[in-house]
Design a protein around this ligand. Structure first.
Ligand code: NYM
Ligand code: MG
Length: 209
């Protein structure tokens, strides 16, 4: 890396409407304002060919079996891997709106979809340096019922998703569970402080697979 500092790979996960996208944008903006080179990445990336198929599936305009759509979401991450690695090596910190953990959680809560089977194709993707899991209390979840019309956007699924994310957070290092009931600014402050620390901590370390 001849003296080059690499960027950090920071992922934000959580149920739908937990404020992930808002927090990702704010984090990138604040980092940039501090002269940290940063960029936003989001999954699914609906702009690619595979992303277009995912978009159709989510909008209920197509049917795919659970295994096939799972592998599409994963492929959508694989097709971005080289570009993400290049940016990290160039010193760009990537703030990622959903990643493998969404992939594993949203699929493995389905009937007959085994957790291990869902995890396997994610192996070998870039490993995040830090994962924020935004959590909502039941009370707050009930206050945010304005789901759209996409698949998975219903209370029953979201409750299962929330529980599966929490189970997953207990088994992983490098995860920060952040209660997201508070104001946008309060949550942002926590994320920014942790992110800045992590960026300094990993800048001389190699990128992980
Ligand atoms: N989703 C997202 C999955 O089912 N698997 C994945 O791998 C990813 C990245 O897509 N309800 C689901 C979760 C969301 C939906 O994401 C669309 P978003 O962030 O709402 O656009
Ligand atoms: Mg959504």
């Amino acid at each position: 890396m001849n003296g080059m500092r690499r960027g950090a790979l920071i992922v934000i996960e959580g149920v739908d409407r937990s404020g992930k996208s808002t927090q990702c944008k704010k984090l990138v903006d604040s980092l940039k304002a501090m002269s940290v080179n940063a960029d936003l990445v989001r999954f699914p990336d609906r702009s690619t060919h595979i992303g277009g198929l995912i978009d159709k599936y989510l909008k209920q305009k197509s049917h795919l079996c659970d295994e096939a759509i799972h592998l599409m979401f994963t492929a959508n991450r694989w097709e971005k891997k080289e570009e993400m690695e290049r940016l990290l090596k160039q010193g760009v910190t990537l703030v990622v709106d959903r990643y493998s953990f969404s992939g594993i959680v949203y699929s493995s809560i389905k009937k007959n979809m085994k957790l291990h089977w869902c995890q396997e194709p994610e192996n070998g993707l870039l490993r995040p340096d830090l994962v924020f899991l935004l959590t909502l209390s039941e009370n707050e979840m009930a206050k945010r019922p304005n789901f759209g019309d996409e698949r998975y956007e219903n209370t029953e699924t979201q409750e299962k998703v929330a529980k599966a994310f929490l189970d997953m957070s207990r088994e992983q290092g490098d995860w920060e569970v952040v209660p997201a009931d508070g104001t946008i600014e309060d949550v942002h402050k926590v994320l920014l402080e942790r992110a800045v620390k992590k960026i300094a901590e990993v800048e001389r370390k190699s990128i992980r697979n």
